[in-house]
Design a protein around this ligand. Sequence first.
Ligand SMILES: C[S@@+](CC[C@H](N)C(=O)[O-])C[C@H]1O[C@@H](n2cnc3c(N)ncnc32)[C@H](O)[C@@H]1O
Length: 230
Amino acid sequence: MNINYNYINEYLDSLIGNELTLALTEMRDYAIKNGVPIVSRQVMQFLVTLLTRHKPKTMLEIGTAIGYSALVCHTACKNIGQELKITTIEKNSEMIYFAEQNFQKNNASNDIKPMLGDASDVITELNNTEQKFDFIFLDGAKGQYLSMLPILDNMLNTGGVLVCDNVLFSGMVAGDKETREVEFNPAILKRKRTIIARMKKFLSAICADPHFVTSIIPLGDGVSISIKTK
Ligand SMILES: C[S@@+](CC[C@H](N)C(=O)[O-])C[C@H]1O[C@@H](n2cnc3c(N)ncnc32)[C@H](O)[C@@H]1O
């Protein structure tokens, strides 16, 4: 989902060159054809830019899908001679199977570790083993961003970066669009309202958190970037 006008998105997309590799182009084509949600090209380019500056050694991703963003991040670091180890969490076993195949095909299996399970449970396990990361990309389980924040904070090294995608949720987080929307399925409407309420709380919490300096960027579906200062 994109929150900007189409003509602005088309213009911004036109400024982004090719994918980093042909394999990534094929993965994006596959995702579009099969309705797999992956990061927009603008968010992809934003991640590549950040990683090129930040040069993390370790990264945690929540929301693997078919492994597209993990491979983008791995390739971006490889291109600047930085070895990046990624742990990526996905609750859907079919998705993770595809992701594993993609990591193998791209010779990245030694560096990218997929973990199957609900993100809340898996990060609790990782936190219990005192794992720390230089970069965290949160791109799944929108309703859990707020509850996961304390653990993610604990797992992020000082100076590390936390990037969260979809934080404006089609713009609904910023207004009352969902209440005007014609939604015939009451269960979906309820779920959307829960996500919106939790996302608002998450954004208020992270913007006020003294451990982080945060900006919310109206890019793609809304991205937050937080640098951990203490
Ligand atoms: C937007 S997609 C991730 C796209 C991926 N980061 C990319 O750009 O290539 C979100 C993924 O998060 C997964 N997901 C949603 N809720 C989750 C949860 N509670 N725990 C783990 N994964 C979850 C979904 O199954 C979905 O594959």
